[in-house]
Design a protein around this ligand. Structure first.
Ligand SMILES: [Zn+2]
Length: 170
């Protein structure tokens, strides 16, 4: 597993935007959905769209990264998509990585990695996700990615522990 990015190597913009993603993830969990949140920022640094997981209603494809790709396809020019950056609390799953690449979006900055998430499920004796845990780079090799970030690991792990009803006190 690659070393998480240290707080010393995390920029203020990354910290602020990943913080927003994790707040959205917490809002999703509080509302009966899974703890994931994502934000799309354009080349000027403006947040253009944000969403959080909405699978609680039974549609397991309602991931925020997938909603971002669909929103971008409708609302941004190809050049705007290419120069946008998507910040997200958890690394894109294969479905969302594919959607991101198909619509021509730019960089992805993720607070936690899929490898971390699947490791936590293993630690807790829970079944693996029904979709293979492939990193973004395997599904969409042309996408520049950055993450995971050490300063958010414990908080995101705790959100997922709460989702699964796991007592994860250290
Ligand atoms: Zn996804």
């Amino acid at each position: 597993m690659p070393e998480p990015i240290s707080p010393a190597d995390t920029s203020d913009d990354e910290r602020r935007l990943l913080r927003r993603c994790i707040d959205l993830a917490r809002e999703a969990l509080d509302d009966g959905d899974e703890p994931f949140g994502s934000v799309l920022v354009d080349a000027t640094g403006t947040v253009r769209f944000e969403d959080r997981n909405r699978v609680g209603g039974g549609d397991e494809t309602r991931h925020p990264e997938f909603e971002i790709a669909k929103w971008a396809a409708t609302n941004l020019s190809p050049d705007e998509r290419r120069t946008s950056v998507v910040y997200t609390s958890g690394e894109h799953c294969p479905m969302c990585s594919a959607a991101h690449a198909w619509v021509g979006l730019g960089r992805i900055v993720h607070a936690a990695s899929s490898e971390q998430l699947s490791g936590w499920l293993r630690d807790w004796g829970l079944p693996e996700s029904p979709v293979a845990c492939l990193p973004i780079g395997t599904v969409a090799p042309g996408i520049d990615t950055r993450g995971p970030f050490a300063e958010f690991t414990a908080e995101i792990r705790a959100l997922h522990a709460r989702l699964h009803g796991i007592d994860d006190e250290p």
